[in-house]
Design a protein around this ligand. Structure first.
Ligand code: ZN
Length: 129
């Protein structure tokens, strides 16, 4: 009788350990997925560049608060890259989204990120104007 109970307890313990291990592994895998997304990282770095360029455009061109640049106006501020693609390295989202320019009070957006809020194609840290 005690042998049977010990057996059941052992089986339960093994089951519990197995479940815990599985949960930890699932958690780790989810974490890894969230971290390594080169396309998302590239998009966020593009958005940061656009945010910075918008700030430079706004200051150097003496624009009024709330002014929004056109892709053409921003081209000379995006360090040899372009939103329009005339002999430059085109600044595009690796997932095919297009960039929506905003004023210095907001953050530029990726159309892919707008359509897929869980994708992480967002610039979350807004630098103060
Ligand atoms: Zn994007």
């Amino acid at each position: 009788m005690t042998k049977l109970r010990t057996g059941i307890l052992a089986a339960l313990a093994i089951l519990l350990i197995g479940m815990l291990a599985w949960m930890v592994l699932a958690q780790l895998r989810e974490h890894a997925d969230n971290r390594s997304d080169p396309e998302r990282d590239q998009c966020i770095s593009n958005l940061a560049l656009l945010k910075e360029s918008t700030q430079m455009w706004w200051e150097l061109e003496h624009k009024p608060p709330g002014a929004v640049p056109t892709p053409k106006e921003l081209d000379r501020f995006v360090r040899g890259r372009s939103l329009e693609g005339k002999g430059y390295d085109l600044l595009v989202c690796p997932r095919g989204g297009s960039y929506l320019l905003r004023s210095t009070e907001e953050v530029p957006e990726c159309s892919y990120g707008v359509e897929n809020p869980a994708s992480g194609h967002h610039l979350t840290i807004a630098t103060a104007p």
